[in-house]
Design a binder for this molecule. Structure first.
Ligand SMILES: Cc1ncc(COP(=O)(O)O)c(C=O)c1O
Length: 482
């Protein structure tokens, strides 16, 4: 068996085209001056003249200040441990142990990990499903207001925007509300580091008034995996606490390769962000013109969902829904990979998701459009409705599991008394001891301390039967509290 490096080289030299992260797409066309070649040559530690991320006073301080200016933040921190460490630090900084957090239920796992570490109680915002597509819609500002009015012990709000499928919430309206209640809004904008550089894309959450915004630079911009940013603005966040938690959750040996990658990417966006996004949009439009000829696949856009509360769908997420054909999303994903060597970002029962960034080539997009058209022509229409089945992954608002214990209480109980591993079909009424989620996107279907009901069992069975990439289930069994 080849080692990891050999395997990577083999993949690099094959004709697989990447419609997935990271944003640089293994494409050095931007001629970034630091990272993709001769990595060892620039991989140093905190030597003289190179500053220190944890006490930045020189070259790193300047790079962070430049990034803050670019996004409109009071202060920006480079992250070398992904948005994950940004989310952990942000939530830890704005909550007290045992406090209460208002969070969208479709947040990434890292938010739930912070809830565990801080032993928080949670109140969930459950987004509606987008009608006809059955994915999570935007967070409704009025729902935030209603909950804040009723629950004065909430100390912060966190939502994800854009979502994994590109659904963007009205951040300005939500920030206005949380500020009226005197509490900070954290926006997990991990998938929106490219926002605010072109009028066809949403304004970034920093400029819309969020107090802390987290960007995975690596997800949608040309930067190395693990690179991310945390922006902070205003007076509602204690900066000293934030710095303390960033020190705790980040390595004491931050990679200069990664930090240089962030800095180069920021320079690129400052100088050429608008024109690169303009070129991206032209290529994307060419792709859409071809792909709309498919009879059995549909790419969702805002016009198709007039009654949704979303601000927009971000153009980098190409979500291809299965219409009246015989294929599930997972099957289309497999065909695109096996036959056409097009590796997409993810699949569910009802859709496949391709990520487009400024590093995508016209050739790559043409290959995807042509593959879709060819597959589409061979499809036989059927009665199956994979999009309907998708409800099983994004359950309806009124069908949510009951929280019986906080995540921390459940995990502590599991540590102290152990857990049972039982077949999913026999788990109704038991309390979950683990997270169960699809990966990607890493949004829990069930979290520790929630009661397993028939809806969850149906969801997990659906994911297993459709061969989706589910975590927290081993050979059809899940972990429940004793
Ligand atoms: C919405 C969201 N937030 C946070 C993260 C964590 O980001 P990272 O992988 O940069 O740590 C992810 C990762 O997929 C994500 O999708």
């Amino acid at each position: 068996m080849s080692n990891l490096y050999e395997q990577l080289v083999k993949y690099r030299d094959s004709d697989y085209y990447p419609f997935h992260m990271p944003g640089h797409k293994r494409n050095n066309a931007a001629k970034l001056d630091c990272v993709l070649e001769a990595v060892y040559g620039v991989d140093i530690t905190e030597i003289d003249g190179f500053d220190n991320l944890h006490q930045a006073q020189g070259i790193i301080k300047k790079a962070q200040q430049d990034a803050a200016e670019l996004y409109g933040a009071d202060e920006t921190f480079f992250l070398v441990n992904g948005s994950t460490c940004g989310v952990l630090s942000a939530i830890s900084a704005v909550t007290q142990k045992g406090g209460r957090l208002l969070m969208a239920r479709n947040c990434h796992k890292s938010v739930y990990y912070a809830v565990y570490l801080q032993e928080l109680k949670t109140t969930y915002l459950y987004p509606h499903l987008v009608r006809g597509y059955n994915i999570a819609d935007a967070v409704i500002p009025e729902s935030v207001e209603m909950i804040l009015k009723e629950q004065p012990d909430i100390s912060a709000v966190i939502i994800t925007s854009p979502t994994y499928e590109g659904v963007v919430s009205d951040i300005a309206a939500i920030a206005d509300i949380t500020h009226r209640y005197g509490i900070p809004l954290i926006v997990d904008e991990a998938h929106g580091a490219h926002f605010g550089f072109h009028e066809a894309f949403p304004e970034n959450a920093v400029r819309q008034g969020a107090d802390i915004v987290i960007h995975s630079v690596h997800k949608t911009l040309p930067a190395m995996t693990q690179t991310a940013l945390l922006h902070v603005s205003g007076t509602l966040v204690d900066r000293e606490r934030l710095r303390r938690y960033l020190k705790i959750f980040q390595t004491t040996s931050p990679s200069y390769v990664l930090m240089a990658s962030i800095d180069s990417c920021m320079n690129l966006m400052r100088k050429e962000g608008h024109s690169l996004l303009e070129q991206f949009l032209e290529r994307r439009n060419d792709f859409i013109k071809k792909a709309v000829k498919c009879r059995h696949f549909e790419i969702m856009d805002k016009q198709a969902v007039p009654d949704s509360c979303m601000q927009t769908i971000e153009p980098g997420k190409i979500v291809i829904f299965m219409r009246d054909g015989e294929l599930t999303g997972q099957q289309l994903y497999d065909i695109l990979s096996e036959k056409y060597h097009l590796q997409l970002e993810m699949a569910t029962g009802g859709y496949v998701l391709a990520m487009f960034t400024i590093m995508d080539t016209a050739e790559g997009m043409r290959r995807l459009a042509e593959a879709l058209l060819e597959i589409d022509q061979g499809i036989v229409a059927s009665q199956a409705n994979p999009i309907q089945a998708q409800e099983l992954i994004y359950p309806k608002r009124d069908e949510q599991p009951e929280t019986m214990l906080t995540i921390a209480e459940a995990i502590t109980q599991s540590d102290e008394k152990g857990y049972d591993s039982i077949p999913i079909n026999e788990s109704e009424g038991r309390l979950s001891a683990e997270f169960i989620n699809l990966y990607p996107p890493g949004i829990p279907i069930v979290v520790p301390g929630e009661k397993i009901d028939c809806k969850i069992i149906e969801s997990v069975r659906f994911c297993l039967d459709t061969r989706l990439n589910i975590q927290g289930v081993e050979d059809g069994s899940i972990s429940v509290l004793k």
